[in-house]
Design a protein around this ligand. Structure first.
Ligand SMILES: Cc1cc2nc3c(=O)[nH]c(=O)nc-3n(C[C@H](O)[C@H](O)[C@H](O)COP(=O)(O)OP(=O)(O)OC[C@H]3O[C@@H](n4cnc5c(N)ncnc54)[C@H](O)[C@@H]3O)c2cc1C
Length: 378
């Protein structure tokens, strides 16, 4: 893709900012409590001050009014630079549903939060409803014009930092499992809501949520009562593209690191990069990443051209391929850097840990294959 002069300047500015603020492990550790946190609220606030958060979100709600291609450039570059702002992508994903179905108040609140460097989270998964999300059991009962929520959500990214949670709740019974589901905007500070971190192989990002008699007003409903499932499905292609763009950045970072390292590292009296077996693997990485990047920006351009609803298959393909390539690229980087790839100091081991989750979240890659395969064979 050929960037416009403005896009080229934008990318240069992100790279130079990232080098200055997060170029070293010591800088990233200082922002993340030694790598224990996935996100740095202070860095998000700085990025907000620069006007870089929400570049693709509508100006009328406080966003930058730019294109989705611009957004993907930001996601790719910040992921490549290992900026600890994963929660931004969660917020960006979540606001898509508010923008499509929410009330004016909800749109203003959610977009305003994300643009200001705050977090909006989405709570869909439950202990017994993962890939089969429509089996969600958390109940919201009508009560005096409002709703009362009881039940559990799990794996909610960045809930501990969020202003609001977009919660999928069962409000009706009868019919198919896809009916009777409603989306609600729930303040994260609500009484009766307990947010607990889940211990994982990576830094703190995901949480269990326990709802005990959590009350929200009637206008917490996002869109229509009973239409939650349908509404959710319509926003998923953009969510998958967000994950794909970040994966391209992560894969590119692995390639950057491996090139730098293997050109410097000498064994048998010559740089490791001069061994053909190593060079060919670098060539494979570069080729796969180039193809992923082209596809992501092609789909992003089509989103900008107004086709998001028709891009379900392409969104799934982008998510499937780019997350696979990022996982493979980080593991290749570790192998090609030998023992140094395994050491924390060089940053690759964290990239490996980070690259293992995207094939699981946002709909597992097995489910993406189902979506693509079903569309092609029906
Ligand atoms: C780091 C991380 C962040 C997350 N963030 C969020 C979040 O912010 N909000 C949220 O709501 N959820 C979030 N999730 C949850 C995530 O979306 C689920 O983990 C995912 O949908 C899979 O559900 P599950 O873990 O219950 O696995 P299961 O659905 O139990 O799947 C287990 C295995 O079976 C396979 N499988 C299941 N059904 C099929 C099928 N029909 N065909 C073929 N294979 C199948 C799966 O692909 C998987 O390999 C997050 C998860 C992680 C790990």
């Amino acid at each position: 893709m050929i960037l416009t002069p403005e896009q080229t300047d934008f990318v240069k500015a992100i790279r130079s900012f990232s080098r200055a603020t997060c170029g070293t492990l010591a800088q990233r550790d200082a922002l993340t409590d030694g790598g224990r946190q996935a996100d740095s609220p202070s860095l998000l606030a700085t990025l907000s001050g620069l006007g870089w958060l929400g570049v693709s979100l509508p100006e009328v709600y406080g966003g930058g009014g730019g294109s989705f291609v611009d957004e993907c450039l930001f996601l790719e570059e910040t992921s490549r630079a290992q900026l600890p702002i994963d929660a931004y992508s969660t917020g960006l994903t979540t606001v898509q549903t508010y923008l499509r179905f929410g009330s004016e108040r909800q749109k203003r609140a959610a977009v305003g939060t994300v643009v200001a460097g705050g977090v909006e989270a989405v709570a869909l998964s439950e202990p017994e409803a993962g890939s089969d999300l429509a089996a969600a059991r958390l109940r919201a009962c009508g009560d005096g014009g409002g709703w009362v929520l009881d039940g559990q959500k799990t794996w909610t990214t960045a809930a501990h930092l969020a202003e609001h949670l977009l919660v999928l709740a069962r409000t009706g019974s009868g019919g198919t499992k896809h009916e009777g589901l409603t989306l609600l905007m729930v303040p994260a500070a609500s009484e009766g809501l307990d947010i607990r971190p889940i211990d994982t192989m990576d830094s703190h990002t995901v949480n269990d949520l326990f709802f005990t008699g959590v009350r929200v007003p009637a206008d917490a409903v996002v869109g229509e009562v009973g239409k939650g499932w349908e509404q959710l499905r319509r926003g998923l292609s953009v969510e998958r593209l967000i994950i794909a763009a970040m994966s391209v950045g992560r894969a590119q970072r692995a390639l950057d690191d491996v090139i730098t390292f293997t050109r410097q590292r000498e064994q048998f009296g010559r740089p490791v990069a001069t061994f053909q077996a190593v060079r060919h693997r670098i060539a494979d990485l570069a080729t796969e990443i180039a193809f992923c990047r082209s596809f992501v920006y092609d789909v992003a351009a089509r989103v900008d051209a107004g086709q998001p609803g028709g891009l379900a298959v392409e969104g799934s393909m982008a998510k499937l391929k780019c997350t696979q390539v990022a996982k493979w690229a980080t593991l290749e980087a570790m192998q090609l850097m030998g023992g140094y790839g395994y050491a924390r100091e060089f940053g690759v081991e964290q990239q490996v840990r980070r690259a293992l989750a995207p094939p699981i979240y946002g709909g597992t890659n097995e489910i993406q294959r189902e979506i693509i395969g079903r569309a092609l064979t029906r």
